[in-house]
Design a binder for this molecule. Sequence first.
Ligand SMILES: CC(C)(COP(=O)(O)OP(=O)(O)OC[C@H]1O[C@@H](n2cnc3c(N)ncnc32)[C@H](O)[C@@H]1OP(=O)(O)O)[C@@H](O)C(=O)NCCC(=O)NCCS
Length: 131
Amino acid sequence: MRQMYTKSSMGWDPPSKKRELFHLNSRFPPIVAYSMFRFDVEDGECVLYCYELQVSRLVQRGGIGKTLMECLYNIARRWSMQKVMLTVFKQNQTAFLFYRAIGFNVESDEEWVDEEEDVDYWIMSKNITIV
Ligand SMILES: CC(C)(COP(=O)(O)OP(=O)(O)OC[C@H]1O[C@@H](n2cnc3c(N)ncnc32)[C@H](O)[C@@H]1OP(=O)(O)O)[C@@H](O)C(=O)NCCC(=O)NCCS
C-alpha cells in the first residue's frame, strides 16, 4: 500500500500507521495458519527448510496447508533452491500423509537409512523442478 499512501492526501507515515495498528482498540481476526522456514545448506545442497507448519483444527482439510506449502515451494524456486525439506515425527501420521499427498518423499540418503531405525522422525523432501 506504500505507493498508494504516498500518492494520497494522507501521505506515507509509518509511525502513524504503527500507532494505528497497535492501538488498544485495534482487533485482528484470528490467525488460522502459519509457517516458518529458513534458507539453509544441507549436504552441500541449497534448501528451503520448513521448520513450522500449523493449520488451526477448525479449518484443517480445507486446502490451506497445501496452499502454504505451495507458497514455500514457489519461494524456494524463486531463490534457486534445490529442494524443500522438513522434519516430521513418525507418530504424526496426519502430517506424514499430508506431505506424501503433496509430493514429499522420505529422504533415502544411505547414511540416513542406516540411522532411521533409531530416530522417531522422518526427514522428507521435494525437489524443485525447473520450468
Ligand atoms: C498437517 C496439516 C498442516 C495439514 O494441513 P491441512 O490444511 O489440513 O491440509 P490440506 O487440506 O491442504 O490437505 C491436502 C491433502 O493432504 C492429505 N491430508 C491432509 N490431512 C490428512 C489426514 N488427516 N489424513 C489423510 N490425508 C490427509 C489429503 O490428501 C489432502 O487432500 P484432500 O483433502 O483433497 O484429500 C494440518 O493437519 C496441521 O496443522 N496439523 C497439526 C500441526 C502439524 O502436524 N504440522 C506439521 C508438523 S511437521
